[in-house]
Write a protein that binds this ligand. Sequence first.
Ligand SMILES: Nc1ncnc2c1ncn2[C@@H]1O[C@H](COP(=O)(O)OP(=O)(O)OP(=O)(O)O)[C@@H](O)[C@H]1O
Ligand SMILES: [Mg+2]
Length: 366
Amino acid sequence: MLVKELNLLNFRNYKEQKIKFCEGVNLIYGDNGQGKTNIAEAIFMFCSAKSHRTPREIEMIFLDKDYSKIRLDFCDRQRSHTAEITLERDKPHKIKINGVENIKNAELIGKFLAVMFSPEDFSFIKDGPSERRKFLDIAISQLKPAYFKKLSEYNRYLKSKILALKEPSYHDMIDLYNQRLAEIASDIMEYRHNFIEILKPKIEKLNKEITKKEEILRVEYQSVVPYTENKEKRIKEIYKKLQKVKQRELIEKISLAGTHRDDLEFFLNDLKLKDFGSQGQVRTAVLAIKLAQAEILRESYGEEPVLILDDILSELDAGRRRFLLNEIRGKQVIITGTDKANFGKRKDTKLLYIKNGHLMQNEKGE
Ligand SMILES: Nc1ncnc2c1ncn2[C@@H]1O[C@H](COP(=O)(O)OP(=O)(O)OP(=O)(O)O)[C@@H](O)[C@H]1O
Ligand SMILES: [Mg+2]
């Protein structure tokens, strides 16, 4: 997978900008607040039409403008593609791919493959469960667009159920919603379980390679009910669990169980990383998880995903940085940072200097 060119119109602090990328390492550098992450964000938008930073699209539109348009020219091993996303103030976004309009989000997924790695990712092991679910959802959606559809369907039923919990005249609908939610949840669980099974050996191996120690990094899937292979049994168990909390849900008027509360627990040598991990151990684990995610994408599509490393080199010590820079050989990489020196010298590097929402020819600002 190769990003060739990005065009931004009224996106964040860019009025109009064209950026061409090279096949190797693209180093976007400049002072704080100039628009480096904005470029990373715009490119990552083409994975699933979602920002990695905000659920509010309006934030991405240049201050006083009505709309924003971003276009990505990229190619996979078969052919070149042009994808365009238009964000509007009062309307949902529009997607166009290779001239075809009204492309749905689920149809965009899997067309452009990238893995984003930013400093916020370092806290995802210790943060609340929603960040870990977000990781799972993005990673699995990229692999299985059908998963994305299931999640949307689940969320629609969940919303209706929560409305029904609040409205006494709808209370008799709840058993029905629980049945439907149990069915969809059982599929979501299967996707998550399968993904984690593939992730497990990869993160264990990568973690050992980075640390050169025999520490074992493990992950455990914590779901609404323990996972079983039998789908019918899974549906029954989830339904039973949902019905068990129904009375409490009716009193509290919120949903108390379901796959929307799933979590991941990471362990290092059987100690919970969340509680006992040092900063360095957590960073290594996150690095291993991200590289494993890229490996899984490559194996399932036969395409090398683009790696977007937003401001993370300065967060890594020399050993981890060396490991990462070695791992990314042969991939297209888009790196942002305030200091180009952090990166070292490589032949296949393109330097892109950003100042106040503009790509400059050089650091003198010409
Ligand atoms: N909708 C918008 N309209 C105009 N400007 C915006 C908009 N959203 C963000 N900005 C501006 O974009 C800039 C931040 O860009 P970005 O996050 O890409 O910076 P950065 O170069 O990555 O900085 P850092 O090195 O601190 O991470 C800020 O100056 C912010 O005011
Ligand atoms: Mg930034």
